[in-house]
Write a protein that binds this ligand. Structure first.
Ligand SMILES: Cc1cc2nc3c(=O)[nH]c(=O)nc-3n(C[C@H](O)[C@H](O)[C@H](O)COP(=O)(O)OP(=O)(O)OC[C@H]3O[C@@H](n4cnc5c(N)ncnc54)[C@H](O)[C@@H]3O)c2cc1C
Length: 462
């Protein structure tokens, strides 16, 4: 029987990237995946299908609402089936692409559910045992359910069901004003639904910088999304044609009813370790049910490692990928490292919202003396030229050393622009480094340079 150097359980962005990097480094690798396709949550039901719909719905909305302003006359109607089919094809192409990469790197793809029976054995579908020197758990995450609100993926859906609604619901209620709820709420709003977002906290966007969250909410309200903040959904009745939701103020008060055609429950995700055999081999979890690992991603059981959504840190595909690379490089004695403070976060609405590093609230709480530099896209000539003037760049720099501590952007292509700040911060750079770097004109990136200048109170174009 073959003994692998590494068996990875889970073929998502954490697992498949770790498999490729391990193979590049000369390991004999197998990856066990039970979904029937590679790519995990991200490619199959997460990042990729949601971004496909965000892109196509944005184009539809633009054509319907903004083309006439710029002198393009068009008669536009929605062919939802084609839009959904297109999204599905993108997913299939990408997941097949990973199969190709596995073949290219001579990685064994094992289809089935993996269960750890010892630190050197993985049982697949209860039948076949694979022998290995090391095991890497990359089993990802699952949706958090709301008590009293049962998901049927038809009228009460998770993010997975919300990627396939047909027809467009008249009224979509999104429970949870975090990244996934706001992205998918935006999709269906653009395609014609009335959208109401019910959020337990009194701000949207989770831990987002409060100034950005306020602006972001205002922008989404201008687009027609209705927000009910500080409200707790307590029950859902789906017996009738639609769904009737009961909710009450989070801080206490009179209950309210809200009727919807479809309810999307998007209140978060939790680590997925079901039937993995962790208790049998003694792998410890932390207080939040995540697999506990050390700085080399090794669990308390020697030879068993874990990465991605199933451990602590931001639940993001690129974080899972970096975890995977760092983990396998460390297995072979390299000194790789990932700094979770520099993992960017992006919300792919329009405008986009992106962040890296600390928020103003975090700096205040830590007693750090900081300076703020802001620059609006309204004063950015490229933004003006292409009709994208919503939003601003906000930089936070250490008041004494000028080291860049945080960057928060709401605006066009924020998710691409943020990487300039990521790179400066990876190198321990300053706001002056950004400000003194020659930026091509006219580009949206100039807004970052100007925000850097603004930290010193010397922006040119405002
Ligand atoms: C709607 C939505 C949109 C998102 N958008 C973004 C985005 O734009 N950007 C971003 O960075 N992140 C996004 N995410 C989050 C992102 O998908 C996750 O952070 C990422 O997929 C985590 O990667 P992972 O490899 O840790 O786990 P996963 O991608 O969840 O992969 C784990 C895999 O393990 C398999 N598995 C589990 N248990 C077993 C077992 N016992 N045996 C065999 N296989 C098993 C599962 O089938 C799954 O395929 C989104 C998520 C959702 C739901």
């Amino acid at each position: 029987m073959t003994e692998y150097d590494l068996v990875i359980i889970g073929g998502g962005p954490g697992g498949y990237v770790a498999a490729i990097r391990a193979a590049q480094l000369g390991m004999n690798v197998a990856c066990v995946e039970m979904r029937g396709s590679l790519g995990g949550t991200c490619l199959n039901v997460g990042c990729i299908p949601s971004k496909a719909l965000l892109s196509t719905s944005h184009k539809f909305h633009d054509a319907q609402n903004h083309f006439a302003d710029i002198g393009i006359k068009a008669s536009v109607s929605l062919d939802l089936k084609t839009m959904l089919d297109k999204k599905d094809k993108i997913v299939v192409d990408l997941t097949k692409g990973i199969e190709f990469l596995f073949k290219k790197n001579k990685i064994t793809y094992v289809k089935g559910r993996g269960e750890i029976t010892s630190a050197s054995e993985v049982l697949v579908d209860g039948k076949e045992t694979i022998k290995t020197k090391r095991i890497l758990i990359a089993t990802g995450s699952d949706i958090v359910r709301l008590p009293g609100v049962e998901i049927d993926e038809k009228k009460i859906v998770s993010s997975t069901g919300a990627l396939n609604l047909n027809p467009v619901p008249e009224h979509l209620v999104v429970v949870g004003g975090g990244v996934i709820g706001l992205e998918l709420g935006s999709v269906w709003k653009r395609l014609g639904a009335k959208v109401t977002v019910v959020e337990y906290m009194d701000k949207i966007g989770g831990p987002m910088d409060a100034e950005l969250a306020k602006n972001f909410q205002r922008v989404l309200e201008k687009q027609g999304i209705v927000f009910k903040l500080g409200m707790k959904v307590t029950a859902a009745d789906a017996k009738g044609k639609g769904v009737s939701l009961n909710m009450e103020p989070a801080k206490g008060g009179a209950a309210e009813r809200l009727d919807a055609d479809v309810v999307l429950v998007s209140i978060g995700r939790k680590p997925y370790t079901e039937n993995l055999g962790l208790d049998k081999v003694g792998v410890k979890l932390d207080e939040r049910g995540r697999i506990a690992v050390d700085s080399h991603f090794e669990t308390n059981v020697k030879g068993i490692y874990a990465i991605g959504d199933v451990i602590a840190g931001p639940m993001l595909a690129h974080k899972a990928e970096e975890d995977g690379v760092v983990c396998v490089e460390n297995m072979l004695g390299q000194k790789s490292h990932i700094d979770y403070n520099l993992v960017p976060g992006v919300i792919y609405t329009w405008p986009e919202v992106a962040n890296v590093g600390k928020t103003e609230e975090e700096l205040k709480a830590a007693g750090v003396d900081y300076k703020v530099g802001k620059f609006p896209f309204l004063a950015n000539s490229r933004g003006k030229a292409v009709g994208e003037t919503e939003g601003f760049v906000k930089l936070l720099a250490d008041a004494k050393t000028d080291r860049l501590l945080g960057c928060h952007i709401i605006g066009p292509d924020a998710g691409t622009l943020i990487h300039e700040a990521c790179l400066v911060m990876e190198f321990g750079g300053s706001s002056e480094d950004l400000a003194r770097t020659c930026h091509a004109h006219p580009t949206l990136s100039e807004a970052l340079k100007e925000a850097g200048l603004a930290v010193q109170g010397r922006a040119i174009h405002v």
